[in-house]
Write a protein that binds this ligand. Structure first.
Ligand code: MF3
Ligand code: CO
Length: 248
């Protein structure tokens, strides 16, 4: 069942989303070569708690950290660790915040220092794919119209969409119905309606779409070792389009 949220509920998710956006911005500013990813995790935890939010990933299905930090060929769910960031790395940061019983979820990818033109293009295409998906989250359209628009844009730029992970509904749980793949034909799946709150999250690989899970049971890496990027926003479907609740 897909829950339709009231304006009041959406206002609370917007607050969770504001915290998420603030913390992502802060991490983007302070991530530097030489820093351990677990330092970013600690900063995120402190900032979220300071804003009266709660780090939603911590303990979710046993997840051991507050945020996900996925470097280079890590697609998603990288566990913050002693790994030091290096000049030229690309880093995806994924954050979930709970605020008064409601959740928001967002992710960004950015470079550490100077990055290659190929890495820059991958990041730009992935971010643009997210905004194209959001533009297609219109009432009356179907879920797969989002999926299809993302896939078409990504593949027309020579990259591949990850199929092993999908976007999702969000609200009083971090993952709710419906699933939102980043691939597929248009015009199938549930019809979008005002009040649906969705986490749209393209994961885009420079090479093969195939991924594998590391021994830690969490981190997903590209099978060919090439780079991967991830952007995510939580949005609310309104009568004229989707409102981004986790930033701009
Ligand atoms: N944004 C991620 C997703 O929707 C959340 C990761 S969940 C955690 O899949 F398990 F890593 F916490
Ligand atoms: Co998500």
């Amino acid at each position: 069942m897909i829950v339709l949220r009231s304006d009041e509920e959406i206002a609370t998710i917007r607050k969770a989303g504001e915290i998420t956006a603030l913390v992502l911005e802060k991490l983007k500013k302070c991530a530097k070569a030489g820093m351990q990813t677990k330092e970013l995790d600690a900063i995120a935890r402190d900032e979220i708690l300071k804003k009266n939010g709660y780090p939603a990933f911590k303990g979710y299905r046993g997840y051991p950290a507050n945020i996900c930090t996925s470097v280079n060929d890590v697609v998603v769910h990288g566990i913050p660790s002693e790994r030091k960031l290096r000049e030229g790395d690309i880093l995806s940061v994924d954050i979930g915040v709970k605020f008064r019983d409601y959740f928001a979820d967002a992710a960004i990818t950015f470079g550490i220092g100077k990055i290659s033109p190929a890495a820059k293009k991958l990041i730009e295409v992935t971010e643009k794919a997210l905004y194209i998906g959001i533009e297609n989250a219109l009432p009356g359209k179907r879920i797969s119209d989002i999926s299809c628009s993302v896939q078409e844009f990504v593949e027309s730029n020579g990259f591949s969409v990850v199929k092993a992970f999908v976007g999702h509904g969000i609200g009083t749980r971090i993952h709710e119905e419906p699933e939102i793949p980043n691939f597929g034909p248009p015009g199938v799946g549930p019809r979008l309606e005002r009040g649906m709150v969705l986490a749209i999250e393209p994961m885009v690989n420079a090479g093969t779409h195939e991924v594998e899970i590391l021994e830690d049971g969490w981190a997903a890496v590209t099978k060919d070792g090439k780079l991967s990027a991830h952007f995510e926003h939580t949005v609310a479907v309104g009568k004229d389009g989707a409102e981004i609740l986790t930033g701009k």
